[in-house]
Design a protein around this ligand. Structure first.
Ligand code: E4P
Length: 218
């Protein structure tokens, strides 16, 4: 399973990259705004900085919602760096654009996915990645993980190559459950990745090992 970090914060991206387990980054307009990145030039420079930090794919979201606008923006974003994946919303104009990008061999991430039907359409259009938002489904008392299972089954039935990128991940159990189901990628906040490292028995065990070493070597 690939690990992406879901942030536009350069320090957090660096920290995850230094852990040695990072496969990519996802951003969205809200995450860019959270970092105070605004204006076309600043946004583009920020994507370039992210690409310089990580080795893997970096999702950059289009703002346009019409086919021509999405294609123009997406082609420009993709020209910045081969790592860029054009993030396109799950709307009919977006699906047309994903089909177009797929024929041009431009990588895409179909975002704002909340149903198996949407996932089927995005795969047929040739999306590279599909982003079902599991946390936002959980937020409205629906079941995000059930959606991941349904999409896994559908994609396996027809050998779709679109990678399931579980998004809107809120905590470490989401990551573990996505791994059990067979999501291809999870994109998560740094806190959830770091949460996977922790166990109280690791901490107490290490403390005891170091104390015993100190006693017998002093
Ligand atoms: C990632 O691609 C999504 O934009 C992101 O995971 C959404 O997460 P949120 O529901 O926490 O905003």
């Amino acid at each position: 399973m690939k690990f992406f970090i879901d942030t536009a914060n350069l320090e957090q991206i660096k920290e995850a990259q230094e852990l040695g387990i990072l496969d990519g980054v996802t951003t969205n307009p809200s995450l860019m705004a959270k970092e105070g990145i605004s204006g076309h030039e600043n946004i583009i420079n920020h994507y370039k900085k992210i690409c310089d930090i990580v080795d893997g794919d970096v999702s950059a979201e289009v703002i346009s919602t019409d086919f021509e606008g999405i294609v123009k923006e997406g082609e420009f974003l993709a020209s910045l760096n081969p790592q860029i994946v054009v993030k396109v919303p799950m709307i009919s104009e977006g699906i047309k654009a994903i089909k177009y990008f797929s024929e041009k061999k431009i990588k895409t991430n179909c975002t704002l996915v909340f149903s198996a039907g949407q996932a089927l359409i995005a795969a047929k259009a040739g999306a590279t990645y599909l982003s079902p938002f599991i946390g936002r489904l959980d937020d409205i008392s629906s079941d995000g993980l059930t959606l991941i299972s349904e999409i896994r089954e559908i994609y396996d039935n027809y050998n779709f190559e679109t990678q399931i990128l579980a998004a809107s991940v809120r905590h470490t159990m989401h990551i573990i459950d996505c791994a059990k189901i067979g999501a291809d990628v999870v994109t998560t906040p740094l806190s959830a990745i770091k949460g996977l490292l922790n166990h109280p028995l690791t901490d107490s065990g290490l403390k005891k090992f170091l104390e015993d070493h100190k006693k017998s070597n002093s």
